[in-house]
Design a protein around this ligand. Structure first.
Ligand code: PHE
Length: 336
């Protein structure tokens, strides 16, 4: 039996050497260690062996069994390691995964800039509803029934006297109804007008409204604030021009131009050779509006202004078509 054990050991060693994969290794394991395998056979024979030889033979068999087990496990690990190397081979010279970072929409970026400038001048930010009562869009702002902007062709009516606001001046009223002066707010938001869409018109766009009310607010305060704003927004060299105009809710009213940022006022295609670009409407709050919200026009004065965010963004970046803002074309958006 000693010889048989030695032979078994030798044949195991050479078979193990020949094992090419996990499958052939498994059949070797079954052949030697399986329930009906070679080692089990030896154990059967051991029971019949001479009494005095039993301990030594038993020891030998245990040693062999342990040896076979260890060798098989070692080989198994080898196969595993080889397979891992093969399938998980990594080419560290390949470029990594590239995740493009998002960015702000140009309108959001410019709106943030506008907000920051006014916040630095002591203004607070307020918002109002986009679905609005006719009263806030018109009556409270001294816009009479016969005014053309109240026409259904110029306003999105929803039901009865509800509509999509056509300007952010509505929020002036909502603020003054709730709060007594001093007031110093800007009111950004979306507005809606049923205009046919073209390069310079959109049925939805953004405005930033401004309102400052207190004792002794003068037109020069309006000029000072807007001069500061345009310089910070478009550069120190930018000049402003106030042209007389008309809005029912301000008196006097003005339209404000900046010196053309393309040609510095010399005259070019962008400014239609005038040297000036219109950027907003403004004026001193009409006393009739103060009466509507229960302020005393004798006690308080104030100014208001309203600017289009799309227009300012188009001027700032030289964008010639308003539709580009709303088409979600990555090639356009990537440039900001
Ligand atoms: N609400 C006006 C518009 O939409 C702009 C404006 C606001 C004018 C405040 C004067 C004062 O055209």
């Amino acid at each position: 039996m000693e010889n048989e054990i030695t032979n078994a050991r030798n044949s195991f060693m050479s078979e193990l050497q020949g094992a090419k994969d996990a499958e052939s290794l498994e059949s070797i394991r079954v052949k030697y260690l399986g329930r009906k395998g070679m080692m089990a056979g030896f154990m059967g024979k051991l029971a019949l062996a001479d009494k005095e030889k039993k301990p030594a033979l038993g020891k030998e068999l245990n040693k062999l069994k342990l040896y076979i087990q260890e060798e098989i496990n070692r080989k198994k690990d080898e196969f595993l390691a080889d397979r891992d190397l093969e399938s998980e081979k990594t080419d560290i010279t390949m470029p990594g995964f590239f995740r493009e970072s998002g960015r702000l929409h140009p309108l959001t970026g410019v709106l943030n800039e506008i907000n920051d400038i006014f916040i630095s001048l002591g203004f607070q930010i307020a918002e109002g509803p986009e679905i609005e009562k006719e009263f806030y869009n018109f009556e409270a702002l001294n816009i009479p029934l016969e005014h053309p902007s109240r026409d259904a062709f110029d306003t999105f009516y929803i039901k009865g006297n509800t509509l999509l606001r056509s300007h952010t001046s509505t929020v002036q009223i909502r603020i003054m109804e709730k709060k007594k002066p001093p007031i110093q707010v800007i009111m950004p938001g979306r507005v809606y007008r049923p205009d046919a869409v073209d390069a310079s018109h959109s049925f939805m766009f953004h405005q930033v409204e401004g309102l400052m009310v207190d004792k002794g607010i003068r037109f020069t305060d309006l000029k000072g604030i807007l001069n500061l704003f345009t310089k910070r927004m478009f550069g120190e060299k930018t000049m402003t021009r106030f042209r007389p105009s008309f809005f029912p809710f301000t008196e006097p009213s003005a339209e404000v131009d900046i010196s053309c940022i393309i040609c510095n006022g010399k005259g070019c295609r962008v400014c239609s050779h005038s040297g000036w670009l219109e950027i907003l409407g403004a004026g001193m709050v009409n006393p009739r509006v103060f009466e509507m919200v229960g302020y005393s026009p004798r006690k308080f004065t104030g100014f208001a202004f309203g600017m289009g965010v799309e227009r300012i963004t188009m001027l700032k970046y030289g964008i010639d078509d308003i539709r580009l803002f709303f088409e979600n074309d990555i090639r356009f958006l990537k440039q900001f």
